[in-house]
Design a protein around this ligand. Structure first.
Ligand SMILES: Cc1ncc(COP(=O)(O)O)c(C=O)c1O
Length: 195
């Protein structure tokens, strides 16, 4: 039998490092925040080329917290429309719904399976307040075009970077192209070159 995703095999090269880190945390007995999270946040921000990184429970939480933060800041309001690719993983859509926003699903570019700026432009209404590009399968969405559209229409851009750790477009890393970005560290997601 060939497993669809063999997480044991994927993680085998890191097994000792994981066990050592787990032992450090367990010996300290400090499970929430603490030095390890701080080190992760600093290192991952540096890896992405961003100023800040905040560690949370998972990729879905990261997306929800970003959207709710913009609601708190008054930059989004309940019922605002967020443009999102129709072929994304369900968590991107759930995050928009959990923040009481309206997901507007648009069809992808058939060459890249990422957002098509022309389709996005047609979906913009007076209720649209954000675009949520998803960098699917390790390939960045056309961020220059999306950011141009966002600037023209005064929209936030929030990257769902759950599948694109370390991916680069015009020398600029995923997670560094928008107002805020969310990553997932589910064990099947393997950041390229991140230690
Ligand atoms: C595109 C995309 N967004 C969000 C998520 C959610 O991440 P998590 O499973 O860490 O909640 C995933 C997870 O597979 C994903 O592929």
């Amino acid at each position: 039998m060939i497993k669809f995703l063999d997480l044991k095999k994927v993680n085998q090269p890191y097994e000792q490092a994981f066990q050592d880190k787990m032992k450090t945390v367990m010996d300290k007995g400090w499970y929430i925040l603490g030095d390890e999270i701080k080190a992760f946040e600093t290192n991952f921000a540096h890896y992405c080329g961003t100023k800040y990184c905040i560690g949370v429970g998972n990729g879905l939480d990261a997306l929800v917290l970003i959207l709710k933060a913009y609601i708190q800041l008054g930059k989004l309001q309940k019922g605002d429309e967020v443009i999102i690719p129709a072929n994304t993983y369900i968590a991107s859509i759930l995050a928009v719904l959990q923040a009481d926003l309206i997901p507007v699903l648009v069809e992808p570019d058939l060459e890249t399976y990422n957002l098509d700026p022309n389709t996005v432009e047609k979906a913009i209404t007076s209720k649209t307040k954000a675009i949520l590009p998803v960098h699917l399968y390790g390939q960045l969405a056309p961020m220059k075009e999306i950011n141009t559209l966002a600037k023209k229409n005064n929209l936030l851009v929030i990257e769902d970077a759950a599948q694109s750790h370390g991916a680069v477009l015009y020398s600029q890393k995923s997670g560094n192209w928008s107002n805020a970005a969310a990553f997932s560290f589910y064990p099947g997601k393997k950041p390229r070159g991140f230690r």
